[in-house]
Design a protein around this ligand. Structure first.
Ligand SMILES: *Cc1c(COP(=O)(O)O)cnc(C)c1O
Length: 222
């Protein structure tokens, strides 16, 4: 596996060269992360708290750790002090716990709200109605130690490009409509995290600012 060559090929195929690349290194050994780091990557995505905790001490201090998977509330405390961005915030319960842990260490923790855009039931995320309910609540306005930087979503796993495009477009539309709304100052919508190995070009064409790419860089996972 030539990680450096894969990275170059991925970047050269970007539909938007300004889009940020998160190298998704879940399940991969440290040597693979080091190879990507040597090739210039600083942003790494992991989906398990234990794995992020295990790898973090062995990587250079300017590595930026993105928590991209489903995060359980009781595990927030283990990553609160160093995580660069939590992509998958999918409930108010989790957001409130992140806020609580941020308060303890006096850090406004950067997060993205995950929106359910796929057809599959299994993918996590807020439904639009749930999201609106949260955004309008007094409990939400009272948060003090989170920094909501944008939205994240995953399209349906399908060969049907039109469907994927439609789902990404709906997320972009939601993103734009939220930007136009009057929300608390800790909500600053700059990032739209959408696109993986199989669909990042479509996501970029539809307005993604951040793509999370694993297998196209590191090879398939077991
Ligand atoms: C694993 C994962 C990715 C990367 O998937 P690839 O298809 O390997 O690029 C992106 N986002 C999330 C949330 C993931 O869990």
């Amino acid at each position: 596996m030539d990680i450096k060559a894969n990275l170059e090929a991925v970047k050269n195929s970007f539909a938007n060269p300004a889009c940020q690349l998160i190298a998704v290194s879940k399940t991969k050994p440290l040597v693979d992360l080091q190879a990507a780091y040597a090739a210039g990557i600083r942003d790494f995505g992991e989906n398990k708290v234990q794995e992020i905790q295990a790898k973090q001490p062995d990587m250079p201090t300017d590595t930026r750790w993105h928590m991209i998977g489903h995060l359980q509330s009781n595990k927030v405390k283990y990553i609160a002090h160093f995580v660069h961005l939590i992509h998958g915030v999918d409930s108010f319960k989790l957001l409130r716990e992140i806020d609580k842990q941020g308060k303890k260490i006096d850090r406004a923790i950067p997060v993205l709200l995950q929106i359910h855009i796929a057809e599959e039931e299994s993918k996590f995320g807020f439904e639009e109605s749930e999201l609106n309910q949260m955004l309008e609540s007094a409990d939400f306005a009272a948060l003090s130690h989170v920094q909501i930087q944008g939205l994240m979503g995953m399209a349906t796993f399908t060969e049907n490009e039109n469907q994927i495009r439609k789902e990404f477009r709906s997320l972009k539309n939601l993103f734009d409509s939220l930007k136009a709304r009057n929300l608390p100052s800790f909500v600053q919508l700059n990032e739209l995290s959408m696109g993986m190995s199989g669909d990042y070009r479509i996501a970029q064409e539809e307005g993604s600012t951040m793509v999370r790419i694993g297998s196209a860089i590191f090879g398939s996972r077991n």
